[in-house]
Design a protein around this ligand. Structure first.
Ligand SMILES: Nc1ncnc2c1ncn2[C@@H]1O[C@H](COP(=O)(O)OP(=O)(O)O)[C@@H](O)[C@H]1O
Ligand SMILES: CC(C)(COP(=O)(O)O)[C@@H](O)C(=O)NCCC(=O)O
Ligand SMILES: [K+]
Length: 245
């Protein structure tokens, strides 16, 4: 059986899925760029659909890895409208293609008001209404970037390898703990504020909340319960493009 390969190349990690002839998705791997060359695919590929937000160097790493498959590559760009979704940007191509595809994935699954939070290198928040209109969003430094921003500018602030990623709802009692917990709680605060803005500014009361990205495990239980964990949302959006070809 021939498969289509879907690739979501973020700024930190590369996520992939295989799509079969019926359009079913099967997640394949989620790896760092340094582990990408080791990844093998046992199936023969009919085509490759690629969404990349990273810079030239990482894009070249992805393309070098993909070249072994000798399958045509379709690189997706953000558009003004597609698959029922309308981009809020005046310059639609400027919207990160990962954000664009997450909107398409969400809307085509359930056409309902939806708040999408993708917490990876950066934390992005996007508002999508029940008519498929993207209302706009936010871009915030991701948890790791927040920590790096402080240690890069404040010589007495340091991280250590023993401190975990940090804990929501907890204070710290050492420099690494204060930094880790502070940044995780800043991430949590962004989400609580996004929920508040949805209610107070948009009058949304019945809406879906979708979480994706590597930092979602850090969320406290009440927020995890409020939303759905959807790690494959960008790949799901990519599958709509792959199905039309
Ligand atoms: N086990 C973990 N616990 C908490 N955060 C993690 C964990 N592993 C990775 N992360 C965070 O997830 C980020 C990568 O998430 P990902 O969504 O793949 O990013 P991107 O799409 O930008 O490549 C890392 O920068 C790190 O902050
Ligand atoms: C905001 C992002 C860096 C998020 O990327 P990620 O954290 O998933 O690697 C990416 O969507 C991007 O480069 N966007 C372009 C600018 C914009 O969306 O307006
Ligand atoms: K993101």
């Amino acid at each position: 059986m021939e498969f289509k390969l879907l690739v979501d190349a973020g700024n930190t990690r590369v996520k992939t899925a295989l799509m079969d002839a019926e359009g079913h998705l099967e997640p394949l791997f989620n790896v760092s760029y340094s582990d990408l060359p080791k990844q093998q695919i046992e199936h023969s590929l009919k085509g490759i659909w690629l969404a990349e937000v990273s810079g030239t160097e990482r894009a070249q790493q992805v393309e070098a890895w993909l070249s072994q498959f000798a399958a045509p590559i379709t690189t997706i760009q953000s558009e003004q409208t597609a698959f029922g979704v309308e981009n809020a940007y005046e310059t639609p191509q400027h919207l990160g293609v990962d954000r664009w595809l997450a909107l398409i994935g969400a809307y085509n699954e359930v056409p309902k008001a939806t708040l999408i939070i993708d917490a990876g290198t950066a934390i992005t928040v996007d508002w999508l209404n029940a008519e498929g209109k993207h209302l706009g969003g936010w871009i915030v430094p991701g948890v790791d970037l927040m920590k790096q921003a402080v240690t890069a500018r404040a010589p007495k602030v340091f991280s250590d390898a023993d401190t975990d990623w940090g804990k929501a709802q907890q204070v710290g009692r050492s420099t690494p703990e204060c930094l880790a917990n502070g940044c995780v709680n800043a991430f949590v605060g962004v989400i609580r504020q996004a929920l508040a803005v949805s209610e107070t500014e948009l009058d949304w009361f019945d809406f879906r909340v979708l979480f994706s990205g590597g930092s979602t495990p850090l969320l406290p239980a009440d927020l995890k319960r409020r939303g759905e964990l959807r790690t494959e949302l960008v790949l799901q959006g990519l599958s709509y493009y792959a199905k039309t070809n």
